[in-house]
Design a protein around this ligand. Structure first.
Ligand code: GLU
Length: 362
């Protein structure tokens, strides 16, 4: 039985984890990478646009510098990423050239998603590459990423990219066959998941593979949640499965397939929820919380009980209940300075319009 995708796959985002890229000795897995690039070129030739998100810079940097453990501070990691990124791109360039194809390096930070203008620019660049048969190979710009502007892991980056370009499918390749119940000895992979429930999350492992990947399965599930909410179905599969990409596109039931979320989240809401970085927080009272949970309601100023941070008008803020629990994110109509100045907060003035408010599922 073949898998049915919700729509024909015309635009595909593929994420390669570090374990797909590098050996245990931290050298490029040349044959595997070459085979994956060959498949990408075949898929590309069949008319599908392909965008790659590739990890591996730091681990290849370690291999290049003869290090065996991720030791040292941020500066060391940044140096390793700088060294390894060229090793990585050299390999991609060589393998794409073997098929007379071109790839392009695109390095992104969270700032590029936080800022709507840069977000749109990134989108245009990626689509321009695709329209010119160039395959973008994206990585986080680790050499300048500090904690504040870090995505955290490339799974999340790939989900944001998939939402950004409105991909038809996101494939996350690593060294696991898919999602499985860790309590079962046979490691039987779930073939299809409609909803990532708490139970599903409970069976996911949070551990990362040695020095290789950052996130492990829980980071992947976080990314899948993001992508499926942007209506991008996802597949988690192993990069070691022969001809994995071509077979996935044919609909073979390889790996775990996550269906897109039925709830349609429009692009702006997706950006508020996942792309933008909150600039502050507001706390609302119980009455406002009750009203909001009914849905389709704006947050009114009298319900705002407190605030913190440095937000301006139209910045994204986290909305918390009186217990401090995050319940939503939204674009605020007031700056901190405005809120501090207000002496009378009665009336029906909107602090966050309902169209700019997204409930959190974190
Ligand atoms: N950007 C990192 C690298 O290229 C990998 C981050 C991750 O494993 O998610 O080494």
């Amino acid at each position: 039985m073949y898998r049915q995708f919700p729509r024909p796959v015309k635009r595909l985002v593929i994420k390669f984890g570090s374990s797909v890229i590098a050996t245990d000795l931290m050298k490029p897995r040349e044959e595997q990478l070459r085979a994956l690039v060959e498949q990408i070129c075949n898929i590309r030739k069949s008319g599908v646009e392909v965008i790659v998100v590739s990890s591996g810079a730091i681990v290849l940097g370690m291999g290049e510098m003869g290090l065996s453990a991720r030791t040292g501070g941020v500066a060391t990691l940044q140096m390793l990423a700088a060294v390894g990124q060229t090793v990585l791109m050299n390999k991609y360039t060589q393998y794409f050239q073997e098929h007379k194809s071109t790839c392009a390096q695109v390095l992104l930070t969270w700032d590029d998603f936080d800022n709507r203008k840069r977000y749109n620019n990134a989108r245009l660049t990626l689509l321009e590459c695709a329209a010119n048969h160039v395959v973008p190979v994206i990585n986080e710009n680790d050499t300048i990423s500090t904690e504040e502007i870090k995505f955290g892991d490339n799974d999340k980056l790939s989900a944001l990219v998939a939402g950004l370009v409105r991909a038809d499918l996101l494939v996350l390749l690593s060294d696991v066959e898919g999602l499985y119940d860790t309590r079962r000895a046979d490691k039987k992979v779930f073939r299809e998941i409609k909803d990532i429930t708490a139970e599903i999350e409970g069976v996911a492992t949070g551990t990362a593979n040695k020095h290789m990947s950052k996130g492990g399965m829980s980071a992947k599930l976080g990314a899948v949640k993001m992508a499926t909410r942007a209506r991008v179905p996802c597949i988690i599969a192993s990069g070691e499965t022969p001809r994995v990409l071509e077979r996935i596109l044919k609909g073979e039931r390889i790996g775990t397939f996550f269906l897109e979320s039925e709830e349609k989240v429009i692009a702006r809401k997706h950006w508020i929820s996942f792309g933008a970085k909150p600039k502050g927080e507001i706390v609302i009272d119980d009455g406002a919380q009750k009203a909001l949970l009914k849905g389709g309601v704006s947050l009114l100023l009298p319900g705002v009980a407190g605030w913190s941070g440095h937000f301006k008008k139209d910045d994204v803020v986290v909305v918390r209940d009186s217990q401090g629990q995050e319940i939503a994110r939204g674009l605020i109509n007031y700056s901190v300075a405005d809120l501090n100045k207000l002496t009378d907060r009665r009336g029906r003035t909107e602090a966050i319009h309902c169209d700019n408010l997204v409930f959190s599922e974190r």
